[in-house]
Design a binder for this molecule. Sequence first.
Ligand SMILES: [Zn+2]
Length: 278
Amino acid sequence: MPLRWATRENMNQASERDPSLLLGAVDVPPVLEQNAAGRSPFLLTCDHYGRLVPQALGDLGLPPSEMERHIAWDVGIAGVAEQLSGALDAHLVAQRYSRLVIDCNRPPHAPSSIPLISEATTIPGNDGLTREAADARRRLIFEPYHRRIAEIIDARLGAGVPTLLVSLHSFTPVYAGIARPWHIGTLYQRDTRLPLLLLRLLRGESDLMVGDNEPYAVSDATDFTIPVHGEARGLPNTGIEIRQDLIADDVGQAQWAERLARIFGEIETAMRAQQLLT
Ligand SMILES: [Zn+2]
């Protein structure tokens, strides 16, 4: 333990003296894009794609084993998102830094935006943050990601490009000791255009147990991407949560990307037939 705390003492010094140093020359930009010229109506987002930590924050006071778990990122979703983007020719916007640095699917004022505890793990590097240090995480990671999504939507709407927002996530098979039976869930709040189609098609897959707003429902208090970029912009939207043990390896990720690409293709056809994609 003394070693861990020593790490915590050392790691934030530079960036706490000057929070603008949070992302240095060795740190990659937070936003990753793939297929920016993709022609699909689906716009894919991936809030919990990565588990990087800016070098100035060291290891957040956590052992590597914690940074591999679901508390740090959405295990497996990066591979699914990239392959789905490729299969659909869809624009993917993803965020590379760990949700433990700042959670890009939480309103910035929510206590869980920069979590002090995730599941049962305390995050030493998030303890006693100054307002300036927290603002730097928002300004340098959260805001560029969401600004980019907003710009992309502006450009698509301006050009009259149909846009269906899909927010991709994965969930841990066991949370706080409770096993979750669903293979996949659709998540939504105010807009049911896309989720109901998706639910019907997923339920047509005989091997799947499908969650309807399970294992979570979308809410303004606990989500950001769907309320802000989907609902407030009037775009058909859905969240998708895939159980992490199903996409833990390359084979699972490829199978799920292929399955979702097929289903999204059917959704696109159905929505075009109903003139919902003009
Ligand atoms: Zn997630």
